[in-house]
Design a binder for this molecule. Structure first.
Ligand code: PXP
Length: 251
């Protein structure tokens, strides 16, 4: 099966909130996350990802429900493991829930979920969401301990955090790629679906093609940035075009 692309549209809402946070009902409020999701779909997105944060800094609950209703694509809700967010997921019923760590001070998600250290609190959440038909993924650092914890917890999917890879330079870059390769292999040995996301862009994506057996990339910032120049549909289409090279012939 070809590599899937989940398009994260949070930063469309970031721009809207920068101006309209105090005027959510304004008819002038723009840009529109629903419109962006529809255009991403037209460009070939396989799913739409959004992160409803505890502080609601970008995507609002209302956006999530409008997109759920208006876009015929699987929805991936990224969320922290808290009771209010589990309650939201139970109302929204996305196809996928990706559990992520959340820290009020961070600009964007920093580091993966400590699945190994939170077995007791993650277990009941995964069970509740799975029983309601949602597929749960854990956003984890590419470490053996975290992959094993995801398998122990019975989460069917892991999303490997590619942020360290994206930020590394020189030798460290190579080491981070090796970490991702090893974690992906281990995940597959455990029978997990292995996705990847965070910090992936039009330049570094081809190096990630050396990570074997990936199912999906979740990409946001670079696509929304590119959309400023060429529009969302073309930006997504360009990314999908690059992704056709996966897996590379020599891998
Ligand atoms: N995957 C997860 C779990 C995320 O939290 C994010 C956003 O921080 C992304 C993927 C997309 O990252 P980016 O916007 O850097 O492409």
């Amino acid at each position: 099966m070809s590599l899937l692309l989940g398009v994260n549209i949070d930063h469309v809402a970031t721009l809207r909130q920068a101006r309209y946070v105090t005027m959510p009902e304004s008819p002038n409020a723009e840009p529109c996350p629903l419109q962006a999701a529809l255009e991403a779909r037209d460009g070939g997105a396989d799913s739409i990802t959004l992160h409803v944060r505890g502080d609601r800094r970008h995507i609002q609950e209302a956006d999530a429900f409008v997109i759920r209703e208006g876009v015929r694509l699987p929805l991936n809700l990224e969320m922290a493991n808290t009771a209010p967010m589990v309650a939201l997921a139970m109302r929204l019923r996305p196809e996928y829930v990706c559990l992520v760590p959340e820290n009020r001070q961070e600009v964007t998600t920093e580091g993966g979920l400590d699945a190994a250290g939170q077995i007791d609190s993650l277990g009941p959440t995964i069970e509740t969401l799975a029983a309601a038909g949602m597929k749960v993924s854990l956003f984890i650092d590419p470490d053996a301990e975290q992959v094993a914890a995801a398998a122990t917890l019975g989460a069917p999917i892991v999303e490997l955090h590619t942020g360290c890879f994206a930020n590394a330079v020189g030798e460290a870059h190579r080491a981070e790629l090796d970490r991702l390769v090893a974690a992906a292999r281990l995940g597959q040995e455990h029978g997990l679906q292995v996705n990847a996301g965070h910090g992936i862009n039009y330049q570094n994506i081809t190096q990630l093609f050396y990570v074997p057996g990936l199912t999906e990339f979740n990409i946001g910032h670079t696509i929304v940035s590119r959309a400023l120049a060429v529009g969302m549909t073309a930006a997504v289409r360009e990314m999908k075009e690059l992704m056709k090279r996966y897996p590379p012939k020599e891998a």
